[in-house]
Design a protein around this ligand. Sequence first.
Ligand SMILES: C[S@@+](CC[C@H](N)C(=O)[O-])C[C@H]1O[C@@H](n2cnc3c(N)ncnc32)[C@H](O)[C@@H]1O
Length: 281
Amino acid sequence: MPGTSDTNDGKHPVELGSVQETLFIPLAARARETVKKRPLLRDPKAVEMIRDIDYPAEKYGPGPGSSITVLRTAIVDSWVRAFLAKHPAGTVVEIGTGLNTRFERVGNGTVHWVDLDLPDTIGLRRKFCTDTERRRMVAASVLDEGWLSTVEEYPGPYFFVAEGVLVYLPEDEAAEALTRIARRFPEALLALDTYPRRLLEKQHQQAVQKQMEARWAWSCEDPRSLERLGLRVVEAASVTRPPRAARAQLPLRFRTFLPLADLLLRGLFNITLFRAGSRPD
Ligand SMILES: C[S@@+](CC[C@H](N)C(=O)[O-])C[C@H]1O[C@@H](n2cnc3c(N)ncnc32)[C@H](O)[C@@H]1O
């Protein structure tokens, strides 16, 4: 049957590196959230992908980790929506896109979009998404330089998102990637999540329990420390303390538990919006 020649029981087989495989963590969380009665976000394509890929994604959740992931994604969605409200034909660059479908969630019919990830992830992504005039997938590491020229082919202003990605890189590599973006795209916005050392240790324990090879490598105690790389903090938030615009969209169950969660988890799940280009050189 056409389109099913490389499938197993009609499902797409998975051949991903260990870090690439982590894309199933947020994908499963979004799929699970979508089928709830009052979901924080809707991602029917995530439900479709989980159904059609031969991978035991149920090992990731449900649980508090799943809610944290979905909240993080909703916060970034709200920042990207605000950017697009001001710059409807600007360019969003999703670094380490995995199988994220932010374009489907926030797309406005005019935005330009680049989805960057490692070649095997992009290979899987291509089973579900196609390039168009305004939207392109790029198979490369964030540590390469070539993809930056591809982004420059699209019109500014630019919004870079790195969600759940840089934490897998050693600190010097994460810093190198951020510095390069900040230099090459002054005034661009950049949203990324950071985690302190004690959470890294927790992730390493959980990875053993879930038989995952991928380990977080980069810890960051204070996102403001990244200003040394040529970034300015525009909005400092955390998953348990979303920015006002995102907070207004939360279903009641999140609004009820977040204040308590914030008391217990403050500073552990930072998500920060930066603007590039403040380096005094
Ligand atoms: C936890 S997943 C997050 C996926 C997506 N951002 C989301 O929120 O659904 C991590 C992703 O980072 C990608 N990744 C890891 N190292 C990378 C690198 N050096 N360059 C580009 N992507 C990378 C992986 O392939 C994977 O898709």
